[in-house]
Design a protein around this ligand. Sequence first.
Ligand code: PLP
Length: 348
Amino acid sequence: MAQAQLHIDLTALQANWRALDALSSAQVQTAATVKANGYGLGAGHVAHALARAGARRFFVAVAEEGVAVRAAIGPELPIHVYGGHMNGDARLISEARLSPMLNSAEQLTRHFEALPGHPFGIQLDTGMNRLGMEPAEWQAVAEIALSQRPDLIMSHLACADDPGHPMNARQLAVFRALTEGCGVARSLSATGGVLLGPEYHFDMTRPGIGLYGGAPFSRARPVVRLAIPVIQIRDVAAGETVGYSNTFTAPRDMRLATIAAGYADGIHRALSGKATLWAGDTACPLVGRVSMDLLTIDVTDAPGDPDTLDLLGPEQGVDDLADVIGTIGYEVLTGLGQRYARRYHGAA
Ligand SMILES: *Cc1c(COP(=O)(O)O)cnc(C)c1O
């Protein structure tokens, strides 16, 4: 079999949720963000495992993503949609029993007209200028919106991964000013905000990346291991070239493994000549170009001929791999290819 195996440790995922939950007081609910198909790991499996660990509320980006989560967690637990209520979403929101985070007066009107009495939340912009009602807009509609009893009011921090950034305190002050005394549950923090401390926690936190083992939650347990099968091993002599465009010339006699994954699996072509794979704890450099379905790896120093090589695992986490080409663990996770066989371990 030449299909790469993406091992997903649901026990580690659950431990990460518990560890993040333990960082806020018992009165603060820790929800779970499972957008983008559970950060690439499979929204249904992830949501089910997190519900078993104790998560009582879930967040997705768009209404369509809520369907798989609803199927996984049963009819009771709330699922919020960050993108709010878009034109044409009413049926999905109603059938999957989603609570859209309404982002504008326009969405508010749409929701109240299409689904009167159906749960909703409010998203406010406190300075990030991405989603949510601006202070003036909120002041204009707050009375009407609050009379319809939203189930949550939230905003999002732009710089929470940098604890010293003055933007954090600025957004905190704006959020407080806009919501003090509103009588509705409040949420400001994702993973980064959880780590900023109690004044950022309000009634609910909604971490994503930390659950999946990514920075800025440095104490996270790694959740993924990506093992890529070796299809063929060959010896090349010093001076021979390897792969498309001859970008690599063997500096010495070498043993090379050709393995079954490439840029079609989300392994960025920018990693050409830069990535490291692992045979157990032996580092094996990627040589030459990343091609669509294949990588060529220097296994000269590996003990014996390996059957698989790890691109992600105990020796190299999602942020380590991200650092090689200047991206972030979030992008590594959400870019994990559909061609991988996802194997779930732990947590029935
Ligand atoms: C993605 C997202 C989250 C989760 O963020 P992490 O940094 O992954 O913890 C929370 N809130 C909003 C609005 C988001 O878009």
